[in-house]
Write a protein that binds this ligand. Structure first.
Ligand SMILES: [Zn+2]
Length: 149
């Protein structure tokens, strides 16, 4: 898939704080049980109230591009075959205050714009311990392309 991370790219270390995000194959956001705030990326403590008790809030896998950049220089040798690629910061439709970073797959840099509707694409990777990790990445929303053409 064009713009995807290399198969052997380093994977995040999955722990109790980020397990839902990386293993559920859903946009499973961390929600504070004390104040209700949703935050991302997941942390051990609520950035709003300091509570350490959380539940999970699953939101729809859609959003719009809040910002983006096109990467032309491979900062790591493992990325030489991947450049150029586009990295997007996505504002989630159901939680616009939450922004998620990822690559925009199958798109050139002249095909991305702020406000572009996108949807999640899940990249499946196998961690060293054998666990399956699902990395959320993005692509242009298909139904929007049909409406526009
Ligand atoms: Zn809180």
């Amino acid at each position: 898939m064009r713009g995807a991370l290399p198969e052997d790219w380093a994977l995040p270390l999955v722990d109790d704080v980020n397990r839902a995000w990386f293993t559920s194959q859903q946009l499973a956001l961390q929600q504070c049980t004390a104040c209700g705030r949703v935050q991302h990326p997941p942390e051990e403590i609520c950035r709003a109230c300091g509570s350490m008790a959380f539940t999970t809030a699953v939101v729809a896998p859609t959003g719009t591009v809040y910002s983006y950049t096109a990467v032309h220089h491979p900062v790591n040798a493992a990325l030489e075959a991947a450049v150029p690629y586009v990295v997007v910061l996505v504002s989630l439709d159901e939680r616009p205050e939450v922004r998620v970073v990822g690559n925009l797959l199958d798109a050139d840099s002249d095909e991305v714009a702020i406000g572009l509707p996108v949807e999640t694409v899940w990249l499946e990777r196998r961690a060293e311990d054998g666990d399956t990790v699902w990395l959320p990445q993005w692509r242009r929303r298909a139904n929007v392309d049909k409406e526009a053409s």
